[in-house]
Write a protein that binds this ligand. Structure first.
Ligand SMILES: [Zn+2]
Ligand SMILES: [Zn+2]
Length: 393
């Protein structure tokens, strides 16, 4: 398990610190954690981002309750934070302890009145408050959070250490160690008739894989067949058929089964159901997956560049609608977008520089068109799809 071992010195990320500090000042913990997670998504090893997260995740319950923004599970238990989680060796319940930061800050006396758990100072065997209480014969009549725990010998065999405070991160046993940038796609199926929404699917996905809510485009939700999740062989069969289905749709590159890992997540609480999660790693031999052959619907919008000025759209002066031929939708393989753009530009008789913006999805129907969702831009005469910018260059 990967866990944070705080070095004497580490590289600070001043911009991230500043942003997080500003957000926390106004009680915006959720947004602050989003910032940290985005950073970790691209630099999962960043000690400074992990330390920052721990400074506010390791706060007391009261401080947490006073925050204006509650933190949803999809963030709080994100697998990217696994290195700073402390996990009970017996029951695997996890929490965040900031003792490692206190020690770094020079505080050595960490005897706490009501610790969430105790840890062996030699081998890091950890027990949560509930498991400690369970081990005490006389504890039945005493509410768990009233129990005070005395130091006790470490239960790990062959270890002569003591369970006490401080409690340091242990990492999390069920997080699959993986570079987020190696993930080509994640297939999610939930037991039962109704497939999960993306928000629902994100909870188990981010808990077990180093991804964040921004990664929703990598996640493919698929229908399950009721009953198939109950035993391992039918589950594998279901996984195999889902992978093949995705390959046929060219949503993932071929031979994906060999690059896939299946995770079966059993319902934790009454409201959950079982999930099958299939993570497919990128094909190293074909570093640029055959994305170019994926057929998707794109909405196009033609823009022109006046001699002095910035890129603009062409609209009918009376109705305000886009001028005919400058706005529409096409369902085509991704690799043909540049050709299609040149064809569309070729139909124009205006002697101005043109470019075509492509949006993913069919926005000629009710969907709204926003420049924030431009998929790519093809400028006149170019055979590549480049990212959107509003520069006039
Ligand atoms: Zn426990
Ligand atoms: Zn021990």
């Amino acid at each position: 398990m990967r866990r944070l071992e705080l070095p004497e010195q580490w590289e600070r990320v001043p911009e991230l610190r500043q942003r997080v500090e500003d957000l926390l000042k106004s009680g915006r913990r959720r947004t602050a954690l989003d910032e940290v997670l985005r950073h970790l998504r691209h630099d999962p090893e960043s000690t400074d981002a992990l330390v920052l997260a721990l400074t506010f995740l390791g706060q007391s319950r009261t401080e947490t309750l006073e925050s204006v923004e509650p933190m949803p599970d999809v963030q709080r238990w994100c697998a990217l934070l696994a290195p700073i989680m402390t996990e009970c060796t017996a029951c695997h319940v996890a929490w965040y302890s900031n003792h490692v930061l206190l020690r770094h800050g020079g505080i050595t006396d960490m005897a706490m009145a009501n610790p969430v758990g105790l840890q062996c100072q030699d081998c890091r065997y950890t027990l949560c408050r509930d498991c400690l209480a369970r081990g005490r014969a006389q504890s039945h009549a005493v509410p768990v959070d009233m129990v005070e725990f005395a130091d006790q010998p470490c239960p790990a065999s062959g270890c002569n250490g003591t369970l006490t405070t401080p409690v340091f991160p242990t990492g999390c046993h069920d997080v699959t160690p993986m570079d987020p940038n190696e993930i080509e796609g994640v297939i999610v199926a939930r037991d039962g008739l109704i497939p999960p929404t993306m928000d629902e699917a994100l909870v188990p996905v981010t808990k077990f894989l180093p991804l964040i809510a921004d990664d929703a485009p990598l996640i493919h939700i698929r229908r399950s067949i009721p009953g198939l999740m109950s035993d391992e062989s039918t589950r594998e069969e279901l996984a195999r058929s889902l992978v093949l289905e995705m390959e046929r749709e060219m949503a993932i590159t071929s031979a994906a089964w060999a690059r896939s890992e299946r995770m079966f997540i059993r319902a934790g609480t009454a409201n959950d159901t079982d999930y099958l999660i299939i993570v497919v790693r990128k094909d190293e031999h074909h570093p640029s997956p055959r994305r170019g052959t994926r057929v998707l619907t794109y909405t196009y919008l033609v823009q022109v560049l006046p001699r002095r000025g910035t890129w603009g759209t062409l609209r009918d002066p009376h109705s305000g609608d886009f001028r005919e031929g400058t706005f529409g939708a096409v369902a085509v393989p991704e690799g043909t977008l540049a050709d299609i753009a040149q064809k569309i530009i070729g139909q124009s008789t205006m002697d101005l520089k043109h470019r075509v913006l492509f949006f993913e999805g069919d926005r000629t129907k009710d969907e709204k068109l926003s420049f924030a969702d431009v998929y790519g831009v093809v400028t006149q005469g170019s055979d590549i799809v480049s990212p959107y910018s509003d520069d006039s260059a």
